[in-house]
Design a protein around this ligand. Structure first.
Ligand code: PRP
Ligand code: URA
Length: 209
């Protein structure tokens, strides 16, 4: 069964408030999304395995722990997932980045794939799928389905804001995927936007509306 983790740290809650605010412009919106993504990276990587090495402090030799050579892959769903990449890379600089282009058809609300470029060794990697919004779940379900066919080690999904409907859709389609979110909002509206949400994440990130 999927694990659904709400990352409700006060810093994340605080920053999400200003991300949601319609008066926050693109520059600040981008910065805040980056900061929240960095904070989320901290929790999402809690289960990374450690190796023990020997080092010398100025006082003595000692054993200490370092992250084992685990291979991570960050997979932003274009466009809005791009906003989360830099924050994650700040904490996970060795991760490779793959891209999946999906947009939600405004009439059918179904995801349409238009681009994909993944690390060549995706089979050996633990993948973290990034998308600020989990609304109907259509995009995330399709992206995960697509990635599963490439047999990665594991897949996690990280979103800033989710609707209950989106979480349910991912859990149903991919019961073995852990989902990390900053907030589970009330509902979807008639246009499948998350309420209260933050509006259109791609447009707010890139100033396209
Ligand atoms: C947004 C968002 C998700 C998707 C969520 O992307 O970034 O990918 O909608 O909706 P869903 O859960 O109902 O699929 P959008 O299709 O607007 O494309 P964009 O990122 O290019 O703006
Ligand atoms: N995509 C967005 O960008 N925002 C929503 O609320 C739903 C889907």
């Amino acid at each position: 069964m999927s694990k659904v983790v709400v990352l409700d740290h006060p810093l994340i809650k605080h920053k999400l408030t200003f991300i949601r605010d319609k008066n926050t412009g693109s520059k600040e919106f981008r910065e805040l999304v980056k900061e929240v993504s960095m904070l989320m990276a901290y929790e999402v990587t809690r289960d990374l395995s450690l190796d023990e090495i020997e080092i010398e402090t100025p006082l003595t030799k000692t054993k200490a722990q370092v992250i084992s050579g685990k291979k991570l892959g960050l997979i932003p769903i274009l466009r809005a997932g791009l906003g989360m990449v830099d924050g994650m890379l700040n904490l996970l600089p060795a991760a490779k980045v793959g891209h999946i282009g999906l947009y939600r058809d405004p009439d059918t609300l179904k995801p349409v794939e238009y681009y994909c470029k993944l690390p060549h060794d995706v089979k050996e990697r633990d993948l973290i799928v990034l998308d600020p919004m989990l609304a109907t779940g259509g995009s995330a379900v399709a992206a995960i389905e697509f990635l599963k066919k490439r047999n990665p080690n594991s897949i996690k999904l990280v979103c800033l804001i989710a609707a209950p409907e989106g979480i349910e859709a991912v859990e149903k389609a991919h019961p073995n995927i852990d989902i990390y979110v900053g907030s589970i909002d009330e509902r979807l509206n008639e246009d499948a936007y998350i309420v209260p949400g933050l509006g259109d994440a791609g447009d707010r990130l890139f100033g396209t509306k």
